[in-house]
Every structure is written in structure tokens, then in C-alpha cells.
Design a protein around this ligand. Structure first.
Ligand SMILES: NC(=O)c1ccc[n+]([C@@H]2O[C@H](COP(=O)([O-])OP(=O)(O)OC[C@H]3O[C@@H](n4cnc5c(N)ncnc54)[C@H](O)[C@@H]3O)[C@@H](O)[C@H]2O)c1
Length: 248
């Protein structure tokens, strides 16, 4: 039902987990997609091959999302390869968890850089072509942790809460140019990022999730698909929580 034919999308951090799910879902809906990756050439190649086998147009581009010059190179690559940019998904993110007493300055800076500065980099670069074509969809992958906080994740929570303030501000700045800017706050989604949780932690989580399961990357990709499509044309500056009802 959702048709993204001829739409051009850029997804940061697309080689695995939620990012990979988003790349494949947008491509399945007909979009041409560039995804960025920080280091793993082999995962990037595997995703390009998987997408090509399904008949999708998908390219990988190596770029550190926290570096403005890398972000600029990937936006330029997207415009050159796909002929423009209609959809930006800021998905790249990391965790460096520790209690504040033990958190190093480096772990604070690296999380803010990868999760928050990256959103500044890509959004600033993407709105220029979107403003001139008077069309664009920007979706920022934040987290429920940015809404409710989490002991041991002050750096991560700050970066994700920062993304929410950023999303709302830019939504106001670019609304007149027909650009929608929204955020998705996933709850606990089964990926490499949450693999670190032990069974006891997972069980405790299930007790506070009304829908009684962890989410998967498709749950998030489906929400991205909606916010990237004309179905959400009258929605901007919002945070869509996709968490099985954990945070209400
Ligand atoms: N898994 C969850 O439960 C969960 C919950 C809430 C929010 N999120 C958010 O969803 C997004 C994806 O998470 P995931 O669970 O798939 O994690 P993941 O670790 O499996 O994947 C993250 C991706 O981002 C890439 N990345 C990290 N830093 C980068 C950088 N500087 N430049 C380019 N790429 C970079 C990684 O290479 C990887 O491909 C993140 O922003 C994360 O914070 C995840």
C-alpha cells in the first residue's frame, strides 16, 4: 500500500540491526537507498548483495556519521547516485554505558558525537536539497531512554533527549518548505546493541512491557516507512514511541 517508488533515501548506520531493517523496508516499498557504515566493508557488501538479489537499488557508503566532512561526502554520493534526496533516516548510534561516577570524558564525548552531532551533520546537509525541492522526510531514531532516563546511560540518554529537542526545533524551521521532521523512540529491540543484556535483565524488561515481547527491527522499520511516506504528511515534530506499551 505504501509506495515510495522514485523516492531517494539515505540511512545512517545501515549494515545491521534496526538500520538494516529500515534499508530493506524502504527499498521493498520502492525507494532507492544509500546506507552509510562506519567500518565493516564485508557487512556492507553483504547487504548490497542481499538487496540486489531482491531487485532493489541499494548502495553502501563508508562514513563516520559524527564527522561533518564524512557526512558531506555521503550526502553528495547519495545525490550523485540517486539523483536527489527525499528521505533521511538518522539511525547510527552507539552505547558506552557506565554509572556517571565511572564514566570517562571520552565515553561521554564519543556517544554525544555518534548519536547527536551526527544528526546535526546529516540534517543540516540534507535540508538544503530538500528545501529547494520543497519536499522531504526526516526520521530520527531516538530511544525511550531519552524520554525516561536510565541509570548507567546518562551519556546515551542525554544524546537521545537532545535528538528530540533537535527534531522539534528543525520541524518548526522547515515546515514551511514541506519538510516533515519526526522521531521514533524504540523500546527494547532485539539487536547486537541489546544482546549484552543477560537473561535476568531481559526477564525484568518483559515484566514492564504490556505486549510481553521484545521488539524487532521490522517493528521500527514499519514506523519509519509510515513517517517516510505521504501517509504522514500532516505529522511533524512528533516522537512516535514503538515499545510494546512500556512508556505511556
Ligand atoms: N536496539 C534497541 O533496543 C534500541 C532501542 C532504542 C533505540 N535504538 C537506536 O536505534 C539505532 C540502531 O540501533 P541498533 O540496535 O540497530 O544498534 P546496532 O549497534 O546493531 O547498530 C548501530 C549501527 O550504527 C552504526 N554506527 C555506529 N556509530 C556510527 C558512526 N559513527 N558512523 C556510522 N555508523 C555508525 C553501526 O556500525 C551499526 O551499523 C541506534 O541509534 C540506537 O540508539 C536501539
Amino acid at each position: 500500500m505504501i509506495d515510495l517508488k522514485d523516492k531517494r533515501a539515505l540511512v545512517t548506520g545501515g549494515t545491521r540491526g534496526i538500520g538494516k531493517g529500515i534499508v530493506l523496508r524502504l527499498a521493498e516499498a520502492g525507494a532507492k537507498v544509500v546506507f552509510t557504515y562506519a567500518s565493516s566493508e564485508s557487512l556492507a557488501k553483504a547487504l548490497e548483495d542481499e538487496a540486489a538479489a531482491r531487485g532493489y537499488t541499494v548502495y553502501g557508503f563508508k562514513a563516520d556519521a559524527g564527522k561533518f566532512s564524512d557526512a558531506e561526502a555521503s550526502v553528495n554520493f547519495t545525490i550523485e547516485k540517486l539523483g536527489g534526496l527525499d528521505i533521511l533516516v538518522n539511525n547510527a548510534g552507539i552505547t558506552r554505558d557506565n554509572l556517571l561516577m565511572r564514566m570517562s570524558e571520552e565515553d561521554f564525548d564519543s556517544v554525544l558525537n555518534a548519536n547527536m552531532k551526527s544528526v546535526f551533520n546529516y540534517t543540516k546537509l540534507a535540508i538544503r536539497p530538500m528545501m529547494s525541492q520543497r519536499y522531504g522526510k526526516i526520521v530520527n531514531i531516538t530511544s525511550v531512554v531519552g524520554l525516561m532516563g536510565n541509570a548507567g546511560q546518562a551519556n546515551y540518554a542525554a544524546s537521545k533527549a537532545g535528538m528530540i529537542g533537535f527534531t522539534k526545533s528543525i520541524a518548526k524551521e522547515v515546515a514551511s518548505r514541506n519538510i516533515n521532521v519526526n522521531a521514533i523512540a524504540p523500546g527494547f529491540i532485539t539487536t547486537d546493541m541489546t544482546d549484552k543484556l543477560n537473561d535476568k535483565q531481559k526477564e525484568a524488561l518483559l515484566n514492564i512491557i504490556p505486549l510481553k515481547r521484545m521488539g524487532n527491527s521490522d517493528d521500527i522499520a514499519n514506523a519509519v516507512l509510515y513517517l517516510s511516506s505521504p501517509l504522514s504528511d500532516y505529522v511533524t515534530g512528533q516522537v512516535l514511541t514503538v515499545d510494546g506499551g512500556m512508556v505511556m
